[in-house]
Design a protein around this ligand. Structure first.
Ligand SMILES: [Zn+2]
Length: 322
C-alpha cells in the first residue's frame, strides 16, 4: 500500500453526516460533519451526499493522498452488491430505493461501496477498535434505536437478504411497548436511549427527586442520557432502577445472541455504554447468568473504542471487505 494511501468514508446519520479521510492504520487525517437536514427530502439529501463526496476527494487531492474508492454508510438495509437502499429508514423519508452507488459512481468516477451504518461501525471496531484480534464479534450501537453487526474473521455477515444483525428487533417482552417496526417489546423499544428516557420521565411524573432536581436544573425537559447517568453517579434511586432494568433486559436479549452465535466478543457502543455507573458490568453479569457456561467461558464484553468516528471509518474500509 502506498505511503499516501487514504480511506475515504461518509456516514449518513439521521441528524448529521460525518465524513473523513483515514490512513491505513485507522488514524484520522481529516474529519468533518454537516447536518443531514432530512426534512428536505431524499433527493436533496442525495445531492448533499454527492457534494460531500466531491469535496472529500478534493480535500484528498489537495493533501496529495491517494484514494482508490469511496465508502458510504447509511441507515436501513442495503444491498451491498448494488449499493441500493433496500429497506425502509424511518428517519429519512423516501430513502428506500435510493441507488447510492450508481449515482455516486457516475459522478466521481471511482468505485463506491455502500452498506448499513451499523455494519460500518462493526467493521471499524473489528479492524481498528475494541474487537481487533477477535475471530468473531457482535457489535451493538445503542442510540435512538439499536443496531447490530455480526463479523466472522473480520468480515461482515450480511445475511441472505441484507438484514442480518437486527438485534434491536429481537422481542424480549411481547406485552412491552410498541416498536417502530410494528412489533411490541423489541429490545429497541425498551433499551434504546429514547426508550430509557421515556421510562425515566414516567417514573418522575409525580415529581423530581432531589438529585434529579439538581442535575436537571429543576426541569424534566433537560433530561438526556448524560444527565440520567449523572443522577446514577450521584446515587439517585430512580435513575439506578432505570439503569438496572435496562441492563437486565439488554442482558436477556444478548444472552440469546450469545447462545446462538457463541461470539468471541460483544462490543457495545453509544451514549449508554459510555455512561459508566456500572452499566456494562451489569449487562455482563446478566449475560453470564443466562447464557450457557460454555458460551460465555471466554466471552469478552467491551465498550466500543471508536465513538462517533466508527461509522465513517468503517465506510472507508468497506472496499477491503470485498
Ligand atoms: Zn422492533
Amino acid at each position: 500500500m502506498a505511503d499516501n494511501f487514504a480511506y475515504a468514508g461518509i456516514d449518513i446519520g439521521g441528524t448529521n453526516i460525518k465524513y473523513g479521510l483515514v490512513d491505513p492504520k485507522g488514524r484520522i487525517i481529516h474529519k468533518e460533519q454537516r447536518p443531514t437536514m432530512v426534512e428536505k427530502g431524499a433527493e436533496p439529501l442525495m445531492h448533499l451526499v454527492t457534494n460531500i463526496a466531491e469535496s472529500l476527494l478534493f480535500q484528498a487531492a489537495e493533501e496529495e493522498l491517494e484514494v482508490r474508492w469511496l465508502g458510504v454508510g447509511t441507515p436501513g438495509a442495503v444491498d451491498s452488491n448494488s449499493g441500493v437502499v433496500v429497506g425502509p429508514s424511518p428517519n429519512i423519508g423516501g430513502w428506500q430505493g435510493m441507488k447510492i452507488r450508481e449515482i455516486l459512481q457516475d459522478r466521481i468516477n471511482m468505485p463506491v461501496y455502500v452498506d448499513n451504518d451499523v455494519n460500518c461501525v462493526g467493521l471499524a471496531e473489528s479492524r481498528f477498535g475494541a474487537a481487533v484480534g477477535y475471530p468473531s464479534a457482535v457489535c451493538l450501537a445503542i442510540g435512538t434505536g439499536i443496531g447490530g453487526a455480526i463479523l466472522f474473521d473480520g468480515k461482515l455477515w450480511r445475511g441472505a437478504t441484507h438484514t442480518a444483525g437486527e438485534i434491536g428487533h429481537v422481542v424480549i417482552d411481547p406485552e412491552g411497548p410498541k416498536c417502530g417496526c410494528g412489533n411490541n417489546g423489541c429490545l429497541e423499544a425498551i433499551c434504546s436511549s429514547s426508550a430509557i428516557l421515556t421510562r425515566t420521565r414516567k417514573k418522575l411524573k409525580g415529581g423530581l427527586t432531589t438529585v434529579f432536581a439538581d442535575v436537571l436544573d429543576g426541569d424534566i425537559e433537560n433530561l438526556n442520557v448524560k444527565k440520567l447517568f449523572a443522577a446514577v453517579r450521584k446515587g439517585d434511586e430512580v435513575a439506578r432502577e432505570v439503569i438496572n432494568e435496562t441492563a437486565e433486559l439488554l442482558g436477556i436479549g444478548l444472552a440469546g445472541v450469545v447462545n446462538l452465535l457463541n461470539p468471541h466478543i460483544v462490543v457495545i457502543g453509544g451514549g449508554i455504554a459510555d455512561g459508566g455507573g456500572g452499566f456494562i458490568e451489569a449487562v455482563t453479569a446478566e449475560i453470564r447468568k443466562r447464557a450457557f457456561d460454555t458460551a460465555v467461558e471466554s466471552l469478552r464484553i467491551a465498550k466500543a473504542a471508536l465513538g462517533n468516528d466508527a461509522g465513517f471509518i468503517g465506510a472507508g474500509i468497506l472496499g477491503d471487505d470485498k
